[in-house]
Ligand binder design. Sequence first.
Ligand SMILES: *Cc1c(COP(=O)(O)O)cnc(C)c1O
Ligand code: SF4
Length: 334
Amino acid sequence: MIQQTDISWQTQSWQTLLQSAIRDVRSLCEALQLDPSDLSISSVAENEFPLLVPLPFVSRMEKGNPLDPLLLQVLNSSQEEVNLDGLVEDPLEESEHNPIPGLLHKYYNRVLLTVTPSCAIHCRYCFRRHFDYDSNNAGRSSWPRLLRYLNEHPELDEVILSGGDPLVASDSYLQSLTEKIAAIKHIRQLRIHTRLPVVIPQRILQSDLSWLASFTNPVVVLHINHAREIDADVTLAVKRLKDAGAEVLNQAVLLKGINDNLDDQLDLQRTCFESGIMPYYLHLPDRVKGTAHFQVTEARGRELMENMKARLSGYMLPNLVVEQPGNTSKTRLI
Ligand SMILES: *Cc1c(COP(=O)(O)O)cnc(C)c1O
Ligand code: SF4
């Protein structure tokens, strides 16, 4: 069991929890009763993509375990300095599908808006670690251009709010943005890709989610890689999202040393389901520079999925996908 020594954060507002996130290895080690010398840490990696992890997420890490699967997702490891052929900064070639700042139009009927430049947590495997958010986010000043683009593209029926993490933005900001999007007749679907309900569930528990009601059946895609990321607060946050009318799905990334084994995958899919979250995607990691130590081969991914198929009810199975630049959708492997 995880011991809880400092729970003072539990009464903080979600905005304070964003600000009070741990930003250095020393404080993280202190919270986890680890000796920094037990960890192989890289300051080069830290300079490139700073450590950032909020306290509710830290509280679910196991004390004294340098291989904790939640810790490994956020720790700036010296293994990030290993370079592997084929790992690049923009593996998805997104810059080619970026007609205006803050908007990615890669697939026919759906666009992705990078609503905020920031995230509540820095996940080391993330392809966005090299993304230039400062010059590429959909701040209020860019709304007229974004909305004009949506209006001028009747083939679009879905808008995906992404980031960064779109729920870093305030409810009033999201309210006015989603109202404007909902006023465009051909946009029928709203989707939100977020990790905030997982890493700071207070974001949902303390909020009025009425802005979600601008659309009849909004979809919230969470991002949970390990069953241990789900605690009672996360389950409660999911319940609130569903009570507000949202469909709640999960996408995970298959990460070496974190969840690339059958038991962890079974546990993840079952725990998500028990918390009201339906499976969506299991991604092979993007081929992004700095993530050599997380890479799982396609063959290993397929093998794992075959074993999951034999052991899980069909409705608990995610689609194994990989993102390949130039394709008209993500590629389903199984
Ligand atoms: C992943 C992604 C989407 C959504 O794809 P789905 O398969 O519908 O989940 C849309 N736009 C971009 C740019 C994406 O990367
Ligand atoms: S975009 Fe998502 S996966 Fe990437 S760092 Fe932010 S929260 Fe993590």
